[in-house]
Design a binder for this molecule. Structure first.
Ligand SMILES: [Ca+2]
Ligand SMILES: [Ca+2]
Ligand SMILES: [Ca+2]
Ligand SMILES: [Ca+2]
Length: 305
């Protein structure tokens, strides 16, 4: 429990989410819904200690095969990293935004349908914003627009195209009820109603990542619980899951992000940062049983708290 509690303290947004849930905001529907072993490698040259605040994986913001890793530091700067295939390490980072402190970031892919991957962010008030991508690794901050409200109490992640209509969707787990919802995207920057409840009682969920891990064509969700165990929920393609399967343990020291292919092999991966020492690892998807391959150290020095 120690590491879980530590992570709860460190996760500013997560803490706020839980508190808001306890204050009776549970069950409110967001407004728009009406609608192994480490391989020691050389770390990138960090010029400023990137105090870890929030991390997500996203389909490439520059249209590349390999997805990006996004990180918000404690000064509110948003950084983009890409895995260098030769050295299997994150390349020198690029700052693509400022003023992102305290935002919960999601990498949904092309949310507004212009062919360029976008970013969605939720602030502590539960307001949701779309930041259109410029197709060249950055965002068009001037075109930021609010696309929702009332998201306090939800743990959000990108899920890919759950509804199989060619448009990316979001996945949200309510921190108190444990209800897990898919919010279909309309492919034009907003949402399509109705939302779809795909699970309930997932109160144990700490982070949540999604992708077709076992490559059977149906999206899957993997989570870890308060006891640091990693669980795989294989999707059936019919808004239900097969019985969950434990695929790891000891994940309590990590903060993880998933939902994109970082090493470019077509399989979803997990990137995990160890709170204790700031090491960042790639757990490559294997495309078989939803388990992940041997980890590689892809960055270091991401500790700060
Ligand atoms: Ca777009
Ligand atoms: Ca969809
Ligand atoms: Ca699957
Ligand atoms: Ca991969």
């Amino acid at each position: 429990m120690k590491t879980s509690r530590l992570r709860t303290l460190l996760s500013l947004f997560g803490t706020a989410t839980l508190l808001l849930g306890m204050l009776g905001l549970a069950g409110t529907e967001p407004a728009q819904a009406a609608g192994g072993q480490g391989v020691e490698l050389v770390a990138p040259p960090f010029t400023r200690k990137p105090y870890f605040h929030r991390m997500t994986l996203t389909p490439s913001l520059s249209g590349a095969k390999r997805g990006d890793v996004l990180l918000i530091d404690t000064e509110g700067d948003l950084w983009r990293y890409t895995l260098d295939a030769k050295s299997i390490s994150l390349t020198p980072r690029v700052r693509i935004g400022t003023g992102w402190y305290g935002l919960w970031i999601i990498g949904p892919g092309d949310w507004d349908g212009d062919g360029k991957a976008d970013i969605i962010a939720v602030d502590y008030k539960g307001n949701m914003y779309l930041y259109p991508g410029n197709g060249n690794g950055g965002l068009v901050a001037s075109k930021k627009k609010q696309i929702g409200s009332g998201w306090t109490g939800y743990k959000l992640t990108a899920v890919g195209d759950w509804t199989k209509d060619g448009k990316p969707d979001l996945l949200a787990c309510h921190g108190v009820t444990g209800d897990v919802w898919v919010y279909p995207g309309d492919g034009k920057g907003g949402f399509k109603s109705p939302r779809i409840r795909v699970a309930s009682g997932w109160n144990y969920v700490v982070p949540m990542r999604a992708g077709d891990v076992n490559k059977d064509g149906n999206l899957d969700i993997w989570t870890d619980d308060w006891n640091s165990n990693l669980w795989m929920h294989a999707g059936t393609g019919n808004n239900t899951f097969r019985p969950r399967v434990q695929v790891g343990s000891g994940w309590g020291t990590y903060d993880e992000a998933g939902g994109a292919d970082i090493n470019g092999d077509g399989l979803y991966d997990i990137v995990a940062m160890n709170w204790a020492n700031g090491n960042v690892y790639l757990y490559p998807g294997t495309g078989t049983k939803g388990e992940f391959g041997a980890r590689s150290l892809i960055a270091a020095g991401w500790d700060g708290y």
